[in-house]
Write a protein that binds this ligand. Structure first.
Ligand code: PLP
Length: 377
């Protein structure tokens, strides 16, 4: 096996990513309170939305979370290893069960519960369970309008009738739960309720982060938040009820002063309109800082907090470097000082909006070069 690269040390990096596990746990508790009497799981796919699967899942398990969702079996194996081989926690694999004996064996080895999404998967899992001589639990994904994964409502009875299948959770996923006014919401909730009523005695799960905040609170038996755990705003357009989990700070490498008319960065896309002081930091798009945060003469880009002052990016985000206009920041800035790119003030949602994407993408793109510091665990 190739050796995993050593994690960057603090001294060897120019940027620090601080993950507040206390805030993560507080967010989970808040969501669990809102979802009650339904139980509350945690979605930890994609390396726990970029914050790090192992520390996140251990903190959540310690806080009492007993059910986790990952996207792929490889993530499930990591999740099981982090929790301990004998851990009682349920780990669901959202993306379903691809064909292949090795995949079935991986589920058995790490005690992963597949979220089956078609009849062939249901039959394969039932046959595998029979061959092993023990009923293996499974979840079933029902498609209520996403048209992405899951059995249609018309196939539900056939899936439930597969011999030897031990479905103990049915679930579906919301199309537009972050928009409380979207007509999909009521349609999907009604369709899921009708489907659930056809599966007596089986637990049901529909709500992602935002759906927990819908007036109808369609949490059924188990809520499945992801984004809100990591500090993303599940109620866009309204104040964020969640605590920030991720803070990204970078050191200033160099400061310089330029005159009116000088440009900054590749292709000279940004021109100084005043005598300008610039700070160059060692974070770029290779670290997941969206290149779309570039600032040009016609369009503002990202911003950074520099000693409490919001300062705009200047020019293009390069692979490893970004330049910030720190003219309005305190005059005694020096190389080595930290600027904050993401945190309480500049939220992951704001960065997503400025980059023309969503905070989910910003989080899951967080780079591997940062020194990662876990606090509050
Ligand atoms: C990612 C995902 C979730 C979590 O969604 P958030 O919006 O991050 O809370 C829940 N269910 C399914 C099926 C998912 O794919």
């Amino acid at each position: 096996m190739p050796e995993a690269p050593a994690a960057p040390s603090r001294a060897s990096t120019q940027a620090v990513l601080t993950i507040d596990l206390g805030a993560l746990v507080a967010n989970w508790r808040k969501l669990a309170d809102l979802a009650a009497p339904a139980a509350c799981a945690a979605v930890v796919k994609a390396d726990a939305y970029g914050v790090g699967l192992e520390p996140a899942i251990r903190a959540l398990a310690k806080a009492g979370c007993s059910t986790f969702f990952v996207a792929q079996a490889s993530e499930g194996a990591r999740a099981r290893a982090a929790l301990g081989a004998a851990s009682p926690h349920r780990i669901h694999v959202l993306n379903g069960l691809l064909p292949g004996d090795d995949i079935l064996a991986a589920h058995a080895e790490h005690r992963l519960t597949p979220v089956l999404c078609d009849l062939d998967q249901a039959r394969a899992w039932a046959a595998f369970s029979r061959a092993r001589g023990e009923p293996a639990p499974a979840a079933l994904q029902i498609d209520t309008g996403m048209n992405r994964l899951g059995v249609g409502l018309a196939q539900l009875d056939d899936a439930l009738a597969v011999e030897g299948l031990a479905i103990d959770l049915v679930m579906s996923h919301m199309v537009s739960s972050e928009d409380a006014g979207d007509a999909h919401n009521a349609r999907q909730i009604a369709a899921f309720r009708a489907a659930r009523d056809r599966c007596p005695g089986v637990a049901a799960s529909l709500a992602n982060s935002s759906a927990i905040f819908l007036p109808a609170r369609p949490c059924f038996d188990l809520a499945r938040p992801g984004y809100a755990l990591y500090g993303g705003n599940p109620t866009p357009g309204q104040p964020n009820p969640m605590r920030a989990v991720v803070r990204l700070e970078a050191r200033i490498i160099q400061l310089r002063a330029i005159g009116v008319g000088e440009t900054v960065g590749y292709n000279g896309q940004w021109t100084a309109r005043r005598p300008t002081r610039l700070a160059t930091i060692g974070v770029g798009y290779a670290d997941g800082l969206p290149r779309a945060l570039m600032a040009t003469d016609t369009r503002p880009g990202g911003e950074a907090m520099v000693r409490g002052v919001r300062c705009p990016f200047a020019g293009r985000v390069s692979m490893d470097l970004t330049v910030i206009d720190v003219t309005d920041a305190p005059a005694d800035l020096a190389p080595g000082d930290m600027v904050e790119l993401m945190g309480e003030a500049i939220t992951v949602d704001e960065i997503g909006a400025r980059a023309g994407t969503i905070g989910y993408e910003v989080l899951t793109a967080l780079g591997r070069r940062y020194f990662r510091r876990y606090v509050g665990g």
